[in-house]
Design a protein around this ligand. Structure first.
Ligand SMILES: *Cc1c(COP(=O)(O)O)cnc(C)c1O
Length: 429
């Protein structure tokens, strides 16, 4: 890597979740451009983007149709405010999304990041009750291992870890159910919902996969059991599809596999195919209606972000939604997921350094089993893969494989072959 760029980077840019004193030593990739599924660095080296640029990319980079959608929108308007006014392409996007989201009578409050979509959902759930004169519904139930973003509200419903424990004094308390990795987590959560119903504004859950927990899996009937408990006790259900949405698990939304209709849905990451920051909180008709009242009344939702409903992002999101269908991307997710599972089972799972492989669609966590705590196998295996031209990033000792949804068979081979030789190099053959 061209050290000059790394030095210039380190001197002025602060990277998230990164110890900047060690940044330059980690051989960071400085990207200049991309082609399809490959990122190209400032030295012209190519890397298969096997984490989809941290889970946001769906169809690769520089997709001609998506590039064109941005260019066309530039000739109209890049951005105008959603506060009290509308924008044509945002209306068109919301109409298109309304046809496919698993929410009854959906209404879209746009923002720019998944964390903001979760914050909005938490505030909406809280005010939903106060708007109806219901008191005491001020708590949330969330799960062990949960991740919902890094702003303070999202961090509070999240389970912590990743070095964020320092913020514990700032977190508001929640009713904490066991995570998907715990036995009988679902039964216990259903019990807790019953016990705490009178104080719960909402339950917040990642459907089918707790991504940041290292791809911990739930079954569709378990998600449905949580939803049923919410319904039975009149607690709102917030489903966080920021990671699972837009095809990742083989259906457009993971919720589609659970036959669940949440009151609030959070979407983000893949919504623009990985092009531009956009996220949204989707409220059901019932939730939305609870905010209707006289102008300037207390029933109004006093919340909004400057770049909410950005027109460039909306244009690319709209084109992306159509393109997922035109290219039958979900079928590719299902076919490649089967292939990836078979290749991993044959070549990676038998390695003695590998503990467990967890996969749903094209979300995969390969849990390494280091004999001691401080070996940093996850980090080192991913670094060895990057050296071999496959960009990976771990969650602790879980190697995450999240390829673009349009990944091909030969590229799956490349990922698995490189991963196996990276594990051999770091952990021994
Ligand atoms: C990434 C993620 C978020 C946060 O989204 P940002 O855009 O990074 O703020 C929230 N929830 C889940 C499940 C996520 O994976």
């Amino acid at each position: 890597m061209d050290d000059a760029w790394v030095k210039r980077d380190r001197d002025v840019v602060w990277h998230g979740f990164t110890q900047m004193a060690a940044y330059a030593d980690g051989a960071p990739v400085v990207v200049e451009r991309a082609e399809g599924h490959e990122l190209i660095d400032v030295d012209g080296r190519r890397y298969l983007d096997a984490i989809s640029s941290l889970w946001v990319n769906t169809m690769g980079h520089r997709v001609p149709e998506l590039d064109q959608a941005v260019r066309d929108q530039l000739d109209r308007v890049a951005h105008s405010t959603m506060l009290g006014n509308g924008n044509r392409v945002v209306i068109e996007l919301a109409e298109a999304l309304a046809e496919v989201v698993p929410v009854d009578g959906p209404h879209f409050l746009f923002c720019s990041d998944g964390a903001s979509a979760v914050e909005q959902a938490l505030k909406i759930a809280f005010q939903f009750w106060t708007n109806q004169g219901v008191t005491g519904r001020t708590a949330y139930l969330a799960f062990g291992g949960a991740y919902h973003g890094d702003t303070l509200g999202a961090l509070s419903v999240g389970a912590g870890g990743f070095g964020t424990d320092v913020f514990d004094p700032l977190r508001f308390p929640v009713v904490r159910a066991p995570g998907f990795a715990e036995p009988a987590w679902c039964d216990r959560a259903v019990e807790l919902i019953g016990e705490h119903a009178a104080s719960l504004a909402a339950v917040v859950i990642e459907p089918l996969v707790q991504g940041a927990a290292g791809m911990q899996l739930a079954e569709p009937h378990q998600v449905r059991a949580i939803a049923d408990a919410c319904r039975a006790h009149d607690v709102l259900l917030v489903v966080d599809e920021v990671a699972t949405g837009f095809g990742r698990t083989g259906t457009l939304f993971a919720t589609d596999q659970c036959r669940v209709r949440p009151d609030l849905l959070c979407i983000g990451k893949g919504i623009t195919g990985g092009y531009l920051p956009m996220a949204a909180t989707v409220a059901s008709q019932r939730v939305f209606d609870a905010f209707l009242g006289p102008d300037l009344s207390e029933k109004t939702l006093y919340h909004g972000h400057s770049y909410s409903g950005n027109a460039l992002a909306a244009a690319v999101a709209l084109r992306h939604l159509r393109l997922l269908e035109e290219r039958d991307v979900l079928a590719n997710v299902c076919d490649r997921a089967v292939e990836l599972a078979a290749r991993l089972a044959a070549e990676v799972a038998p390695h003695p350094a590998v503990g467990e492989i967890r996969q749903r669609g094209l979300m995969v966590g390969i849990e390494l089993a280091p004999p001691a705590d401080d070996l940093r196998w996850g980090r080192r295996v991913c670094a060895a893969a990057v050296e071999r031209g496959v960009l990976l990033r771990p969650l602790g000792d879980v190697v995450v494989v999240m390829p673009p949804l349009t990944i091909t068979g030969p590229e799956i081979d490349r990922i698995v072959t490189v991963l196996r030789s990276a594990i051999d190099e770091v952990c021994g053959p």
